[in-house]
Design a protein around this ligand. Structure first.
Ligand SMILES: [Zn+2]
Ligand SMILES: [Zn+2]
Ligand SMILES: [Zn+2]
Length: 452
């Protein structure tokens, strides 16, 4: 089945269960779009949704405001005075040191802070919801946020190497949860992997419909099914075409950073979930083909020699992590973030409360939302997205009456009445489409008239 139609069917099942009066349609003319299945008043609450994954933006991290690691809620909106490091013009990248007593004192009641990475949690719920992800990311976090890992790159959609690491960590922790829930043991998974490995020379490889699961496993493999099940929420997002380059993203550098910091941790997490006797296993560092030849810097900086594809990992968990951290999967994840990430905005207040100035809107971060990603962009949208309780949870509401059969649209970019066609096109460039909404068509015609 066409992956777009399959994704639409799955999304419609979810919308149906939630009794949301709209439907995902896929047509050759309009592509994937969202139709109202009833007349809706202005202000109609369509849907509320939590992201699969969310992350703080680099510019927001530079403000050094304490925020919840999980839901991105701010502990305070008040900017603090620049500290010595910032005043000296030293890097503004956030200090991982929990020693700063002044910021610790700012935390409201019920908030907690990780003693190691200084991440905050606004509630026990948020702490529990992100427990496994945080455990994977806790020690790598300072490095993920350091400038050396390309965090200074400005990507229009605010994605970063930390965002990629959060997606990887989410998939790994989800794999571990499913392994535990389905009581999949090390012995069973290893037997499956061994059988697949010995037959992989004779049987044809599975061509992945989702583009994110590229393995030599056959579709009846337990490991393959496990992986496909876990990445399903990502498979419902819009994926990038193969040839696309992403502005501001250095895939080779991001790939090496994420592999270096997460590969071993992910393998161990999966093995522990399966009850494997860790101490008895011969774990060796995962080796990835130097598939990122297109990066000139990787030739001299990479010490790992190229490995032949036949040098497959010894254990099932290593093989799964190998797929998870493969160039193809990471590229797909980055592309899905570029095309589907929705910004999470919040306001900040000026440094001194004694001299109150105007608050300022900041891009706090972004998230991947399965349901929200089915709505197309329009520069004259009829629905708007807002954040629930200043967290990463979003609510989608109509901004004018919508008729049955009408498309429901949102905006992907900050819209002002004065933003010109050219300005909007520039902002929409990273989404890889040219807007043909009523406003764009109208202004295009007006431009054409001007020229004549
Ligand atoms: Zn929270
Ligand atoms: Zn931590
Ligand atoms: Zn438009």
């Amino acid at each position: 089945m066409d992956p777009a139609v399959k994704a639409a069917n799955e999304l419609n099942a979810i919308f149906g269960r939630l009794e949301v009066p709209c439907e995902v349609c896929v047509t050759s003319e309009a592509g994937k779009h969202m139709m109202a299945t009833a007349d809706l008043d202005r202000g109609f609450a369509l849907v509320e949704e939590l992201p699969i994954v969310s992350w703080p933006s680099v510019s927001f991290l530079n403000l050094r405001l304490p925020f919840c690691f999980h839901c991105l809620r701010l502990a305070t909106h008040q900017l603090s005075p620049a500290d010595d490091a910032a005043a000296d013009g030293v890097s503004l990248s956030p200090s991982p040191s929990p020693s700063s007593a002044s910021t610790a004192a700012l935390l409201p009641e019920k908030w907690s802070r990780c003693a190691q990475c200084a991440s905050c949690f606004c509630s026990v719920d948020c702490q529990q919801a992100s427990a496994r992800t945080h455990r994977l990311l806790c020690s790598p976090l300072p490095q993920l946020r350091s400038d050396a890992n390309g965090s200074s790159a400005t990507v229009a959609s605010g994605i970063s190497v930390e965002a990629l690491a959060r997606c990887v960590a989410w998939i790994a922790q989800r794999l571990s949860v499913v392994i535990e829930q389905q009581k999949l043991t090390h012995a069973v998974l290893q037997a499956d992997y061994t059988a697949q490995r010995s037959s992989s020379h004779s049987s044809p490889n599975v061509a992945s419909a989702e583009g994110s699961v590229q393995t030599a496993w056959s579709a009846d493999s337990l490991n393959y099914q496990l992986f496909t099940q876990v990445v399903a929420p990502f498979s419902r997002l819009i994926s990038p075409p193969d040839s696309v380059q992403f502005d501001g993203v250095s895939l080779p550098a991001w790939g090496s950073a994420v592999r270096l910091l997460l590969a071993e941790k992910c393998v161990k997490l999966l093995l522990v979930a399966s009850g494997a006797p860790l101490a008895k296993l011969q774990l060796s560092p995962l080796r990835f083909e130097t598939e990122m030849h297109d990066d000139p810097s990787s030739c001299c900086s990479s010490s790992a020699p190229s490995v032949s594809p036949s040098a497959s990992p010894l254990y099932w968990a290593e093989a799964l992590v190998h797929v998870l951290l493969s160039a193809d999967t990471l590229r797909t994840l980055v592309g899905q973030m570029v095309l589907n990430a929705h910004g999470v905005n919040d306001y900040v207040l000026p440094v001194s409360a004694a001299a109150p100035g105007k608050f300022e809107w900041v891009l706090k971060g972004a998230g991947l939302y399965t349901l929200l990603s089915s709505f197309n962009h329009s520069c004259e949208p009829n629905a708007a997205v807002s954040n629930v309780d200043d967290t990463h949870e979003i609510a989608l509401t109509t901004t004018r009456p919508v008729k049955t059969g009408e498309e429901i649209t949102i905006t992907y970019i900050p819209l002002t009445a004065s933003a010109t066609l050219a300005e909007r096109r520039q902002l929409l460039k990273s989404y890889l489409f040219t807007c043909r909404c009523s406003r764009c068509v109208r202004e295009e015609k007006a431009c054409a008239v001007d020229v004549v």
